[in-house]
Each structure stands twice: as C-alpha cells, then as structure tokens.
Design a protein around this ligand. Structure first.
Ligand SMILES: Nc1ncnc2c1ncn2[C@@H]1O[C@H](COP(=O)(O)OP(=O)(O)OP(=O)(O)O)[C@@H](O)[C@H]1O
Ligand SMILES: [Mg+2]
Length: 604
C-alpha cells in the first residue's frame, strides 16, 4: 500500500478503514468457498517445494557425478528424470491451484454482484433521489469486476509469489545461509527499482485509465443523444473528438510500455548480474587462496538458479501493490453500497396485518395530519388530513410543485411520513405486509416506464400472470387494439424505454399493467396527460367501469379527466385548499379550482 509522508492522520485512518471494508467484503464473498483457499495454499506450498528441488538435484548431479567424473548413467538418468518430474509436477500443481483460485474469485464476484443488485432493488426511494444512475451501474458491473481483479491479479499473485519466494530463500539457507544473506541483502534494490519504475510510469498509467473511461463516456453520450447529434449534423466533429481521445490513449499506453522497456527490464537485468557477481565474489573469497573449491561448484550452480527465481516473484509482489490501492478503493465502494440501508424498516413486514382483516366500514385510505419533507426544513406537505371511502373516485389537482406526486409517493410507501399517519382500511401502512400491499395497490406513474421487452412482458412485469388476464387488462385499458396492430401482437418488442410506441400508447400500457394486478386501490399520476381527448374519453370509460369496485385516486392536470370524480381535492403549496365535487367546487367564487377550470376552458 502506498503511504505518502504528506498524508494526514485522518487520511491514513480513512485508508485503513477502506482496507478493512474491502477485505471484509472479500472474506464474506469468498466464505462459501473458503475450503478451496486452504487447499490451494497447501498445494501451492507443495508446488513451490517441488520447484525448489530442481536446482538441488542439479547440484547433486554436478557435485557427485560430473566433477568426480563418476559417470554412473543410471544415477544420472534418475537425477535428470527427477528434475524433469519435479518441474512438470510443480507446473501442473500451480496451474491446478491457480485455476482453483480463479474459480473461487469468479464465484465470489458472481455472488457479490447478485447481492449488490438484490440490495439495490430493495433500497428505499430516498436513496435514488441522491443516486446517480451511471455510478450505480458502475458499482454493480465495473467495481465488482475490480473486486475480481483484487482476488486474481493481486491477492493470489501475491500469495503465490510469496510462497515461491519463501521456499526459494529457505532452500538457499539450507544450502549456504551466508550466501543466502547476501542475496537477501540485495533484494531491497529490486523493490527500489520497481518502485522507481512505478513512480515514473504512474502518470501515464493514470492518464491512460482516465482516457479509457472518457472513451466509454463519449460513446455512451453519443448513442444517448443520437437524435440531437444527427439533427445538428455533428457526426464529423464527434468522430474527430473521439479519434483525438483515442490517439492520446494510444500515446499514453506507449509511454507506459516505453518506461517498462527502457527502465524496468534493463535495470532488473543489471541487478541480476550484480547479484550473480556478488555471490560469485563472496564465494571466491571464502575459497581462500586455492580459489573455488571444487566441492562447491554445485552450490554455485544452485544459487545462480535460485537468484533468477527470487527476482521474478519480487517484481510480481511489488507490481501488485499499486494495483492493490485501486482495487481496494473499488471494493470499498461496493462495500459502502451494501452498507447503504436507509429506512428500509418501513417496508418490512412486522406483524403482517392483512388489509382485509380490517374493521368493517373503515375508509380505504385515511390520511391523518400528514407532514412530509424530502429535505429537512423544506416541507412539501403540511398537515394533510383526508378520508377516501371504499370504491370512491378521488381526483387531486393543483399547480405544478404543489405536492401531488409526493402525496402518491407516500401512499405508495416510497418514503416514510415525517409526522402523522396513513391508514389503509384502518391499518397503518407500516403494519401491512409489503408484498400484500403491493398486490393491492396499482400505480400508473407520471412517466410511464417501459422495459426493452415485449408488450406482453411489459404488462406482466415479471409477475407471471396468465395470458388471458393480461389481454383482459389491455382490453380494459383500451391498449388491446393498437397492440394487435403491431407486427407480432403481444410479442412485439417495444424497444428501449418503449421507444416504438407513442407516448400516449405507453401510458395505455402502463394503465394495462396496473389493471392486470387487479388492485383494490388504483393510483394514477397524470395518466391522461399525453393522450388525445378521444382516447382520454376511452380511459375515462375504463375508469367508470372500475368505479365502486376499485378505489381510485387520480392526479390530473387536465380537469376533464376527473370531472366526474366523487370528490376533488385541490392542493396548494402542500395544503388542501378546497375539496368537493366538481359542481361544488365551481360554486366557490374566486376559488382555486374554479380559476384552474376557467383557465383551461379558455385555453381549449
Ligand atoms: N425527490 C425529491 N427530492 C427533493 N424534492 C423533491 C423531490 N420530488 C419533488 N420534490 C419537491 O417537492 C415539491 C412537490 O413536488 P411534486 O412532484 O409532488 O409536485 P407535483 O404536484 O406532482 O407537480 P407536477 O404537477 O409538476 O407533477 C416540489 O417543490 C419539488 O421540488
Ligand atoms: Mg407530479
């Protein structure tokens, strides 16, 4: 881990906390596979031991057979066979264990990704007010991928290299501990060279990474804004901009590779030579006047072999440390997202009181002294109280920003109320089992949200409803005819966000979706705002067919939609200003509803 001297204590603490978080995450994700880790370490140790044996056998070959010229072909054959076998077995074992670890990493990341996605699906709505979609997507895909890198590229390489390093040093100590000390004493220079190289290449590496994300961003932006881009005839300019970024990315990558070619490899080669020279030098010194005692040539041979094996794992370990930093940051981000809880409690079933066990005759919805603010001190709803009878049709009107959608969000339990309460059939919302609640309440939102899927799937919304029910709902929403006119009927793919449909048609699909769940309460937010007057009348008919059976709360800018409502609630700056039937409200001279209505009459 990089630890700059200019780091403040707080930064250090934050970094430590980040490390703890990241490794906690890794541990938890790998837990079901932990036995693999133990076995892998064990077998890697065996592999390192086998690897270390080769030079030892070579030493025996030199000392016992070649130098004394005792050419016992049988023994020589056995030794050479042993070298071959140990090398092959070691390679094979390492391969098996590293694939085992790769499997562990992949499964861990798979688990992690499922967990993160599942977690995001359950987060309270207030979280999404703050969240930025691109960042969230990046958490689920890129950051979890970085976690895989942390396992495979960082931890496992460090683990493997450390085992090889320790094994080699142990073998050297066993052969000649003084020579081993010389090698170990020179090892810090390897670290120094790699560190210097990383310092020098870091700007290029960082810049290249940044440029890569720029390339992604440009691509995404261009696709998202294709209509605007083409309308402004900007293709050539965008292509130029893209090419420039791409070119710079190339340049930075080349700089990175140059630093490697000109600095890292030559310096390490030189160090290798220095190490060898030092070993040979001390070896000679010890031999005294008669130079190299023949009995020790084998040791020298083995040492030369081991030196090569010490340097590579050292480079690997040092190189991984800079990776570690980034991977830890990514993992900590994922861990942070998983720690995000918000106020999930208000959506959890406590003693799941069923709404239909409710005392008879209680209103479908009753709102008592409801206060709400998204942001502290900026109240959106003030002391709202309202009873909505079973099967009633209630319209909600008011200026833009008066809190209509907010009221629906609270009815839908997206946010907990600050003060006051909402009861459904006499039971507080918080006490109703959330699944049952969602089954009983249908929503047609202000922006109809469509999946990139077929019309059928869009109405079904993964509820697994029977086909007849979906068609019936589409008929009731008057979406059946236009769906049938599409080339594959209900199986026609609607494109991303339903781009194949007109916005009014999207609204009809959203209405069909809500109706398909056979809700007891239906909430509509501007469900008719994008539909022409003729289709609006059709929707109104559909609503009147539901009347009495389903409690309907409909927000409408277009007042004709809710003209027939049993009751109209006029909101003004988060307060109920007027309430009553259309006729009653029109009687209030200078009233808000009357003014809104007359304005619309004028505009029409
Ligand atoms: N997620 C949010 N975070 C913070 N403030 C919000 C959020 N959503 C809405 N608001 C604020 O709450 C107030 C009421 O918004 P709301 O969406 O309920 O209005 P509305 O009556 O539905 O308006 P419209 O008719 O335009 O849909 C507005 O002042 C708005 O700025
Ligand atoms: Mg709204």
């Amino acid at each position: 881990m990089r630890s700059d001297p200019q780091q403040t204590p707080e930064e250090k603490r934050a970094q430590k906390a980040q490390m703890r978080r990241a490794f906690g995450l890794l541990r938890r994700a790998a837990k079901p596979d932990r036995h693999h880790l133990g076995w892998a370490v064990l077998w890697l140790i065996v592999a390192a031991a086998l690897e270390v044996i080769g030079p030892l056998l070579g030493k025996r070959l030199i000392d016992e057979h070649l130098l004394p010229r005792a050419l016992d072909w049988n023994a020589i054959g056995m030794l050479l066979g042993g070298v071959l076998l140990a090398g092959a077995a070691s390679t094979w074992l390492r391969y098996l264990q590293l694939s085992r670890l790769a499997g562990l990493a992949m499964r861990s990341v798979q688990r992690l990704r499922e967990q993160v996605y599942g977690h995001v699906l359950r987060l309270p709505m207030a979280f999404f007010d703050r969240a930025i979609t691109g960042q969230l997507v990046s958490r689920v895909t890129n950051d979890t991928e970085a976690v895989k890198g942390l396992y495979i590229q960082v931890l496992f390489v460090i683990l493997d290299s450390t085992i090889v390093l320790v094994g080699t040093i142990a073998a050297m100590a066993w052969l000649d501990w003084r020579l081993m000390l010389i090698v170990v004493a020179l090892m810090p220079f390897v670290l120094l060279i790699v560190w210097l190289y990383q310092r020098l290449s870091a700007p290029a590496v960082t810049r290249a990474r940044q440029l890569r994300s720029d390339i992604n961003a440009q691509m995404a932006e261009s696709i998202g804004g294709m209509t605007v881009l083409q309308a402004n005839n900007a293709q050539a300019r965008f292509a130029e901009r893209f090419a420039a970024t791409n070119q710079e990315h190339y340049t930075q990558r080349v700089a990175e590779i140059r630093a490697n070619a000109w600095l890292l490899r030559p310096a390490l080669d030189m160090l290798n030579v220095v190490l060898l020279a030092a070993v040979i030098y001390f070896f000679g010194m010890r031999g005294g006047s008669n130079a190299m005692s023949t009995a020790e040539v084998g040791v020298l041979y083995a040492f030369i072999n081991y030196i090569a094996r010490v340097i590579e794992p050292l480079i690997q370990i040092t190189m991984q440390f800079s990776q570690l930093q980034q991977s830890v940051v990514a993992s900590a981000r994922v861990a942070g997202l998983l720690d995000e809880t918000g106020a999930l409690e208000h959506g959890k079933p406590r003693h799941s009181a069923a709404a239909n066990e409710a005392p008879a005759g209680s209103p479908a919805i009753s709102i008592r002294h409801l206060d709400f603010a998204y942001i502290d001190d900026q109240r959106v709803l003030h002391d709202l109280s309202l009873d909505i009878a079973q099967g009633a049709f209630v319209g909600i009107v008011g200026h833009t920003g008066s809190g209509k959608s907010t009221l629906l969000s609270l009815l839908l339990r997206y946010y907990p109320a600050r003060h006051g309460s909402i009861l459904m059939n006499g039971v507080p919302l918080d006490d109703i089992d959330i699944e049952q609640f969602r089954n009983e309440v249908g929503l047609v939102p202000q922006d109809p949200f469509l999946l990139a899927a077929s019309a059928y799937e869009n109405i079904d919304m993964a509820r697994g409803l029977p086909r007849e029910r979906i068609e019936a709902a589409a008929r009731a929403a008057h979406a059946h005819d236009f769906i049938m006119a599409l080339e594959d009927g209900y199986d026609t793919l609607l494109g991303e966000g339903g781009s194949r449909l007109a916005s009014g048609q999207k609204q009809l699909i959203a209405i069909a979706r809500a109706l398909a769940g056979s809700p007891r309460i239906l909430l509509l937010d501007e469900a008719t705002s994008r539909i022409d007057s003729q289709t609006e009348q059709i929707v109104q008919e559909a609503m009147s067919e539901l009347r009495g059976r389903v409690t309907i709360v409909a927000i409408a800018h277009r007042l004709s939609t809710i003209r027939d409502a049993d009751r109209i609630v006029v909101l003004n700056h988060g307060r109920i200003e007027e309430t009553g039937s259309h006729d009653a409200l029109m009687q209030i001279e200078g009233g808000l509803y009357q003014r809104l209505y007359l304005l619309q009459q004028l505009a029409a």
